[in-house]
Design a protein around this ligand. Structure first.
Ligand SMILES: N[C@@H](CCC[C@H](N)C(=O)O)C(=O)O
Length: 287
């Protein structure tokens, strides 16, 4: 049983439709292995709380706190943009960090956050590994993909219009590309993106570790905006419409375009809302 207590308090939170179970692990001592198991069991929809991921807030000697982030399938991810905004708001609501500006440790590096209730703006770690224009084949269909790591790995596939975005079978093609040999062993999140004008985009994302389309993906929205900026299609700030209909705002400095494009000062801003506070009963943490 991953949680020793009979009942564990948690907040259910949503970052623009990406939903998370967030709990204070400063005293509970849930180990990474137990966290994996807890995520896998508690994130199951209809059988338990149901969520895209689990966030454990823990003490850190150098910054305000650190987190561990687990996808719904129990895999641990280096970063999650929407989850990071929820974690910062959780820490503020729970009095773990009284000030509205804070910093916390993730496996991808230190994230800075500013609470603007209920919005949260976070400063990301530097994106890296841009590889534009990769031609990838899946089931006899060719995709032009652009890879970038914005804390976790992402590929971006640009579509030409609203209809193409609406009709894209994200579950089918996203799953195939996410597991494509080109992106192994880590695999990749897969974003289908539409540039509407120089400051507006719409995206749909197939998420690694959730193994489905989610209603929003922060690092995926950033990846899509940065690749579009590298190609000279957009400029900061970029408003990204997510599948939930909510908008994420991406800010960045982009001094150069093309394959060697560089980015600094990358920020993500959007809502991070509490759905409810509750106690998790052990009885739903069974197969
Ligand atoms: N939803 C996230 C990304 C979470 C991690 C991802 N599923 C992975 O394993 O790479 C976001 O908002 O960034």
């Amino acid at each position: 049983m991953p949680v020793e207590n009979e009942r564990t308090r948690f907040l259910k939170m949503t970052g623009s439709g990406n939903d998370f179970i967030v709990l204070d692990n400063r005293a509970q001592g849930i180990s990474p292995e137990q966290g994996r198991e807890l995520a896998r069991l508690a994130c199951r929809r209809k059988l338990s709380v149901g969520a895209d991921g689990l966030i454990l807030i823990e003490n850190d000697p150098e910054v305000d706190f650190r987190w561990r982030f687990f996808n719904a399938d129990g895999s641990e991810a280096e970063m999650c943009g929407n989850g990071a905004r929820c974690a910062a708001r959780f820490a503020h609501i729970k009095g773990i960090v009284a000030k509205s500006r804070m910093s916390f440790r993730t496996l991808a590096g230190i994230i800075e956050a500013e609470i603007k209730e209920p919005r949260v703006k976070i400063r990301m770690t530097p994106p890296h590994g841009l590889e534009p224009d990769l031609n990838v084949e899946a089931e006899q269909r060719s995709f032009r993909l652009h890879f970038i790591n914005t804390g976790v790995p992402h590929v971006v596939c640009f579509l030409e219009n609203d209809r193409a975005l609406e009709e894209m079978n994200v579950f089918h093609w996203g799953r195939l590309l996410r597991h494509h040999r080109r992106f192994q062993p880590a695999g990749s999140n897969v974003n289908f993106a539409l540039v509407e004008d120089a400051n507006h985009m719409a995206i749909r994302t197939y998420e690694r570790g959730v193994e489905d389309e989610t209603l929003a993906c922060g690092t995926g929205s950033i990846a899509s905006a940065l690749v579009a900026a590298a190609k000279g299609m957009v400029q900061s700030p970029v408003e990204v419409r997510t599948r939930s209909g909510e908008t994420l705002t991406i800010y960045f400095d982009n001094p150069s375009t093309g394959a060697a494009a560089e980015f600094s000062q990358v920020y993500l801003e959007g809502d991070a809302k509490v759905v409810y506070e509750a106690e998790l009963w052990k009885e739903t943490l069974r197969e």
